[in-house]
Write a protein that binds this ligand. Structure first.
Ligand SMILES: Cc1ncc(COP(=O)(O)O)c(C=O)c1O
Length: 385
């Protein structure tokens, strides 16, 4: 499917795009209309009808459906998928379930805080240390990362695609090295899943977590994780609740018999409507095809880089190996001022400022014209400021 075909097919599901040049998916993705409708309908049905809308069968199917769709996204079996409420929750749940008593945790100094904090929290107790590989101008040298992994490493916490620069890691390389030393690799894929085709067997990671509200175009309030069967069998969940047992509908408070699949990490009721919405949005993206979306998004990024390269004073921070995120600085200009000006245009440009850098993150609802329009506006504003 060509770039124009994809956008034409989906554009009517994202009415905001007509009014706003939305280039901020790395913060929050736009939710397509059919997903909004499905989520909203269920919220209303349940609020009005209680158990009439959410009987036991429905409650089971909401999670089953999401695990099934998650499995298609991850390229794994549904039994290896657990449903969470956020990426941070999943990262903490896994971190505490590891019951680390000693050894080294590896991450980087440009990570999203939720990726490094669970390890730091673990390091407050016992003989656990966190080593953060240092970036050079916001980019991590993969060689440094690989060198950091050694016999004392127990686990590597890393994003597949970095949230500030869009740096995309070769997970296979990192996993191979980690596994050589018996270390685990826990990946935060919230900035990757939705436009990068995934196959857990191929990536060989131990845990891969992703959330609903960015590139997967669903509402806030849910996340899914692939947990390798081998690791899952070894772990006892840190958090437990009525959903944890194999036979959760027995409501037996005297005996805790864990589910035998990744489902054992699920423990409570939750916002069922957003889980329904999340399953729906993954289906929506699969209809377009993740590979098609990747081609589309990366073509927009290539155009953006090419255009930005021609503007004097712009320094692109994102490395060549990147996802659908481009971050740059403008010599002598304050990024916040530029962003404010862009927001006040007739068709405002919505982007993000991170660490005083401009971050642009286009997705399936953006066109090449959106990118060109943004660059035209940017050039004009730079001249004016
Ligand atoms: C890499 C990364 N991980 C996690 C999160 C937050 O995830 P959650 O809100 O689901 O905990 C973000 C949000 O920007 C992020 O960029």
């Amino acid at each position: 499917m060509g770039i124009k075909m994809i956008v034409k097919e989906v554009l009517s599901d994202f009415p905001t795009i007509e009014k706003v040049n939305y280039l901020s998916t790395a913060s929050i993705g736009l939710v397509p209309n059919p997903v909004i409708e499905r989520t909203k309908d269920f919220f209303i049905e349940m609020a009005e009808g209680g158990t009439l809308a959410l009987d036991e069968e429905t409650e089971i199917s909401v999670y089953d459906n999401l695990r099934n769709e998650g499995a298609k996204l991850f390229g794994c079996e549904p039994r290896d998928v657990a449903v969470f409420n956020s990426v941070s929750e999943a990262l903490n749940s896994i971190a505490w379930s590891l019951e680390l008593k000693e050894g080294k945790i590896i991450s980087t100094n440009i990570e999203f805080p939720s990726v490094t904090y669970p390890g730091m929290r673990l390091a407050e107790k016992g003989n656990v240390q966190v080593e953060l590989i240092t970036a050079d101008n916001w980019v991590i040298s993969v060689d440094d990362l690989l060198e950091g992994i050694n016999e004392s490493t127990k686990v590597v916490f890393l994003s597949h695609v970095e949230f500030i620069t869009g740096q995309r890691f070769d997970l296979k390389k990192i996993t191979n090295r980690a596994h050589e030393y018996g270390a685990l690799v826990v990946v935060d894929g919230i900035q990757a899943a939705g436009y990068i085709p995934l196959n857990m067997k191929e990536l060989n990671v131990d845990v891969y977590i992703t959330g609903s509200y960015k590139w997967l175009l669903a509402p806030f309030g849910t996340a899914i994780a692939y947990i390798s069967r081998n690791l899952c069998n070894k772990l006892t969940p840190a958090f437990v609740g009525w959903r944890t047992p194999k036979n959760m509908w027995d409501f037996n408070p005297m005996e805790l018999k864990y589910a035998t699949t990744a489902r054992k990490f699920e423990y409570s009721t939750s916002a069922y409507g957003v889980k329904i919405g999340f399953a729906e949005s993954i289906k929506y993206l699969h209809k377009i095809g993740i590979k098609n979306i990747q081609n589309h998004d990366m073509k927009l990024i290539d155009t953006l880089i090419q255009e930005l390269d021609s503007i004097e004073g712009i320094k692109i921070i994102s490395p060549e190996k990147r996802g659908s995120i481009v971050t740059f600085t403008i010599e002598g200009k304050e990024s916040k001022k530029i962003s404010k000006k862009l927001c006040s245009l007739r068709r405002p440009v919505e982007l993000t400022i991170r660490q005083n850098m401009v971050r642009v993150s286009p997705h399936v609802y953006n066109t090449e014209e959106d990118i060109l329009e943004f660059v035209r506006n940017l050039k004009q504003i730079i001249q004016e400021l």
